[in-house]
Ligand binder design. Structure first.
Ligand code: NI
Length: 248
């Protein structure tokens, strides 16, 4: 069930059954020569929608621009400052809490968001601690990165033993190719496997990683493998979300 494809009456009825919502969160940033700019927002969205086909999971709107300042050297990349993203997340939480949601599961697709998501959680909890004004609500926030779900990393390592990398991974590109086969790009990678290393700002990143990839060969991605990854991840997600939703 998707929030933006539901009526308010349907959401009200869902709240009678559950106080938990899943919010996909990602980024709009370059993903090398064959990856879509939306990859990091699309992956959690695709996996969440797949999980919600068989389970009673309400999937909120995708927060699809995150913290990606280091990608701004590449056309189309967009970012929020960490402070802006914290404010946005706090307002999303406050809106949902107002309707009675008490378990907000942030399902993330971008490693660069992790520190800021955790800082946003600390802000939300700090506000509650200072005001002590929510005696009747039991608000809990959870961060889960899709590639960290149980058995997903092992599965990705098995299907892509070489060249999975850390940015523009073969796995994330495969997931988007499964959902959007009309946007598959066939591109020869040069070098075959991209360099690895650290980065600072956008100029430094572009200098270190000229085509945008880090450590990966995403030309291995295929929709068939993407389908398998989505199935493994969706099953793990449904279980993890249910445990969070039902925890009292
Ligand atoms: Ni990515």
């Amino acid at each position: 069930m998707r929030l933006h494809l539901s009526t308010w009456q349907e959401v009200e009825a869902y709240l009678d059954r559950s106080r938990a919502i899943l919010v996909p969160i990602g980024s709009t940033e370059q993903h090398g020569p064959n990856g879509l700019l939306g990859t990091d927002a699309l992956c959690p969205e695709i996996i969440a929608e797949h999980a919600a086909k068989d389970e009673d999971i309400l999937v909120g709107p995708t927060l699809n621009v995150g913290c990606a300042q280091h990608h701004l050297g590449f056309a189309g990349s967009m970012t929020l400052r960490p402070s802006t993203m914290i404010s946005v997340m706090m307002d999303w939480v406050a809106s949902l809490e107002q309707h009675g949601f008490e378990r907000i599961y942030w399902f993330n697709g971008h490693g660069g968001n992790v520190a800021t998501i955790e800082a946003a959680f600390a802000e939300v909890y700090s506000k509650r601690s200072f005001s002590l004004s929510h005696p009747n609500s039991d608000l809990r926030l959870r961060l889960q990165n899709w590639w960290r779900l149980p058995s997903v990393a092992e599965f990705c390592a098995k299907v892509f033993p070489i060249g999975e990398g850390s940015h523009v991974t073969a796995s994330e590109v495969a997931v988007t190719y499964f959902a959007y086969p009309e946007h598959i790009k066939r591109v020869e990678m040069s070098p075959k496997i991209a360099p690895s290393g650290e980065f600072r700002d956008a100029e430094h990143y572009r200098g270190q990683f000229p085509d945008g990839r880090i450590g990966s060969d995403p030309s291995q991605a295929s929709p068939e493998i993407g389908k398998q990854i989505v199935e493994v991840a969706a099953a793990a997600l449904a279980k993890d979300f249910r445990a969070f939703a039902d925890d009292i």
